[in-house]
Design a protein around this ligand. Structure first.
Ligand SMILES: C[S@@+](CC[C@H](N)C(=O)[O-])C[C@H]1O[C@@H](n2cnc3c(N)ncnc32)[C@H](O)[C@@H]1O
Length: 165
């Protein structure tokens, strides 16, 4: 059963703010660093992010289910912008999974007390974007994000742990 962002996304605190979608530039600007293998846009949202990846030539798996229920079925590389309100739970799930991943997160989350405690176990490498672009909210592209973003990655074997685009 697909994860329904309109019904399931309303539960709990903060989750209204999870419904913003990734414009193409976030994937286009790291295209060369994304592994050329089957990708899973694990937090499908309105599907536009997966479509951007497909437009860039990647093979993107279609599984729009609840991440926490379907994650163990998947070995693909996860490329997504996860719900920030569940970032800790998402990372806690990923820590025991073998998947490579690329996730867009707000830079302050790197030092967030609860989140960093799990992230430091994960051998992550971080990419800093060369643009400061907003997200798509209610079909409108916002001019800038509320905070600076980065990508946390695992398994990409980047040359450095901190890559500035
Ligand atoms: C920040 S949005 C990004 C959507 C998409 N990945 C993108 O980059 O455009 C995060 C999305 O995750 C969805 N979401 C929240 N919890 C989820 C879950 N347990 N499983 C799958 N998706 C979930 C939200 O409804 C929201 O659409």
């Amino acid at each position: 059963m697909p994860y329904n962002m309109f019904t399931q996304g309303k539960k709990g605190s903060n989750q209204g703010s999870d419904e913003y979608f990734t414009p193409r530039i976030y994937w286009e600007s790291i295209k060369e660093l994304i592994p050329n293998e089957t990708l899973w846009e694990a937090f499908y949202g309105d599907g536009s992010s997966a479509q951007h990846l497909r437009d860039l030539g990647f093979n993107v798996l279609e599984d729009t289910g609840d991440f926490f229920k379907v994650a163990s079925k998947h070995k693909e590389t996860i490329v997504s912008n996860a719900p920030f309100s569940k970032l800790y739970e998402v990372l806690k799930t990923l820590v025991d999974m073998p998947n490579k991943f690329i996730l867009i997160i707000p830079i302050p989350k790197l030092a967030h007390r609860k989140v960093y405690s799990i992230m430091k176990k994960m051998n992550i490498q971080v990419i800093i974007p060369n643009h400061y672009t907003g997200f798509v909210v209610n079909s409108i592209q916002t001019r800038c994000p509320p905070v600076y973003m980065c990508y946390i990655t695992r398994g990409l074997e980047l040359d450095r742990d901190l890559v500035y685009l």
